[in-house]
Design a binder for this molecule. Structure first.
Ligand code: PMP
Length: 373
């Protein structure tokens, strides 16, 4: 069975599993304990993982806060900014195509006194930075939250432009980079203006249940305060509590280390795989398919394709014995895709769309399976 649902989750690679195992077995110490070697070994492993995540993202280690995943990071950052800066304003700007962990968080805040602007997107799911500028000039928000790359379409937003606008007008900017990391070059040091970033390990061959909230320091090098989501022992810089999941953190660190080392090679592999898949689909289905993606400025390896006149759920189920694909996001699979609706597709087009998402672990020959369909 060929797994082509890597935007939903990825398989842990052997190096990640090998790095994690000792921390599930003999190295079980709590990194927040002190004085004995079991605790110190765990602490050293967490520090190393933090450095590896920081290296992949191009930020400082002390800007990495480990969380349970991108859902928590998005909740933590958006609610944390909203609460901490409520005296400065109640306006938050996001887009219609964000992940539910951003949209539902904003909806919750909207029901609790905040004013949320949901930006429209173009036909490929991208926001227009000019819309953000106009909103800022009209009613200055406390936060702009726009995803780096979309999980259904792969489209990349003009993040640097948005970051510059936000920076110039002194507005906090958060980006959900969950789908982009490890597949798109990213160096936070070079992008002045991203204050917050969310990411998750399981989208780039790390374990599930672990992610990070990146909280960048201000111009003076001081931590930017936000309200914690989880109160307790303050294990993560006093703003995120809970005993650290050392095995998961080590797994995320190893996945980040490998993603950083292989970034160029992985991008090239994904581009080759995508281009082969596009040719196969075009050859086999001719005018019976339509690509919802833009071919440029996208995360390599994500394809959203309409199979005209075919119901996507029936197709996914029919393909299941040979190939794992999805109708869109696994997080909201029971509802019609809000992303495809936002780019203007009809219900019929939406109901015939399938997402293929590739991984660098796939071989070009694996795609020959399409020839036997
Ligand atoms: N944001 C995006 C863009 C995603 O694709 C996902 C996962 N589907 C998430 C956030 C949530 O990530 P996690 O599973 O780590 O909570």
């Amino acid at each position: 069975m060929l797994y082509l649902d890597n935007s939903s989750t990825t398989q842990i690679i052997p190096e990640v599993k090998d790095a994690m195992l000792p921390y599930l077995l003999e190295e079980f110490g709590n990194p927040s304990s002190k004085f004995y070697s079991l605790a110190q070994n765990s602490k050293a492993a967490v520090d190393m993982a933090r450095r590896n995540v920081a290296q992949l993202l191009g930020c400082d280690s002390d800007e990495v806060i480990f969380t349970s995943g991108a859902t928590e990071s998005n909740n933590f950052i958006i609610k944390g900014v909203a609460h901490y800066y409520k005296d400065k304003g109640n306006h938050i700007v996001t887009s219609r195509v964000e992940h539910p962990s951003v949209l539902e968080t904003c909806k919750f805040l909207g029901q609790n006194g905040y004013n949320i602007t949901y930006l429209d997107v173009d036909s490929f799911g991208r926001v227009n930075p000019k819309d953000i500028l106009n909103i800022i000039l009209n009613d200055k928000p406390i936060l702009v939250s726009i995803m780096m790359g979309n999980n259904e379409l792969g489209s990349l937003n003009p993040i640097e432009e948005i970051a510059t606008i936000c920076k110039e007008h002194n507005v906090f900017f958060h980006t959900d980079a969950t789908q982009a990391i490890g597949k798109v070059p990213l160096n936070l040091c070079d992008i002045d203006g991203i204050n917050f970033l969310s990411c998750s390990a399981h989208k780039c061959h790390g374990p599930k249940g672990i992610g990070a909230a990146i909280i960048r320091k201000d111009n003076l090098g001081l931590p930017v305060p936000i309200t914690p989501l989880l109160h307790g022992g303050g294990q993560e810089r006093d703003i995120r509590s809970g005993t650290l999941a050392v095995h998961n953190i080590v797994g995320m660190g190893k996945a980040a280390e490998i993603a950083f080392k292989n970034l160029d090679e992985n991008i090239e592999k994904l581009e080759k795989l995508e281009s082969k898949l596009v040719s196969i689909l075009k050859e086999k289905f001719n005018d019976n398919i339509v690509f919802n993606n833009d071919q440029t400025k996208k995360i390599p390896g994500i394809l959203s394709v309409q199979f005209k006149g075919i119901n996507n759920e029936v197709l996914v189920r029919t393909l299941a014995p040979v190939m794992a694909v999805s109708t869109g996001s696994a997080c909201s699979s029971s509802k019609p895709s809000h992303v495809l609706q936002a780019i203007g597709l009809s219900m019929e087009e939406l109901r015939s769309t399938i997402r293929f998402s590739l991984a660098p672990t796939i071989f070009l020959n694996d795609l020959d399976i399409f020839n036997s369909l």
